[in-house]
Write a new protein. Structure first.
Length: 245
């Protein structure tokens, strides 16, 4: 089954219908900053109500590779990986040409992001570095999802909720694996580095994360924000926004 979660966007259902897709749309009426964690939880709940046994999450920006589903499924079928947190490599695509992205050509452009492991297509690699988890593409069995408890809905907007999710998985003894061949492709869109457009969300979510886990996530971005004069740290090392102008 295919579940599409629409966060405060009533056009999504029409787009899905116009494409002739059999996907079910979960429409959520929400406000900014967008509750991404809530959206993912509601999508999972909709799938579980239909007796889903394996949940595959794909970010809104990502296109699944042709073998993504089968690689996650076949890996989850193996007893040693049955209740693991399964992660796939993601390729960041360049801007599309005038015809857009050609789906039948994407496999030829596989070039996974270098900051994450990318095993050979027929291999699964174990890791204990839960800080590397990202929510662009991952899969868990329904059993593992229940043990983890879903995403913490205190996070809103950009950043932190996926790192928190992985910490919850580790705390519950859920192992983490990188699944070779479960490729996804992240569509190009303009952004900033560091993502100054998300500074408010990142500072707020980092403080929530620190209260829950005792260490600061997204430290590189926080340091870059400080250098840019957007964030200051108090005597206890806590970041706060700097209001200017």
């Amino acid at each position: 089954m295919h579940i599409v979660v629409a966060l405060d966007d009533l056009h999504v259902a029409d787009i899905v219908a116009d494409e002739g897709s059999p996907a079910s749309v979960v429409d959520l009426s929400v406000a900014e900053p967008l509750p991404i964690a809530l959206g993912r939880n509601q999508g999972a709940a909709a799938a579980l109500r239909k007796s889903a046994e394996l949940l595959v999450f794909l970010d809104v920006d990502c296109i699944p590779g042709i073998d993504l589903i089968v690689r996650y499924h076949d890996t989850a079928e193996q007893p040693q990986y049955a209740d693991a947190l399964l992660c796939g490599p993601v390729t960041y695509l360049p801007p599309p040409g005038p015809r857009g992205y050609q789906l039948d050509e994407l496999q030829a452009h596989i070039n996974p992001h270098p900051a994450r492991p990318s095993p050979p297509d027929d291999e699964v690699v174990s890791t204990t570095d839960y800080a590397l988890f990202w929510s662009l593409s991952f899969a868990v069995t329904a059993t593992a999802w229940a043990r983890i408890g879903g995403f913490c809905e205190r996070y809103r907007g950009y950043g932190g909720e996926d790192t928190d999710f992985a910490q919850c998985a580790g705390a519950q003894g859920i192992s983490m694996r990188w699944v070779g061949g479960a490729h996804a492709f992240h569509q190009f869109h303009p952004t900033a580095e560091p993502p100054v457009q998300h500074v408010d969300d990142i500072v707020r979510n980092a403080r929530i994360f620190h209260r829950r886990w005792g260490w600061w996530p997204m430290q590189g971005w926080l340091d870059a924000f400080e250098e840019a004069g957007l964030v200051a740290f108090d005597a206890a090392g806590r970041p706060r926004n700097v209001v200017r102008g």
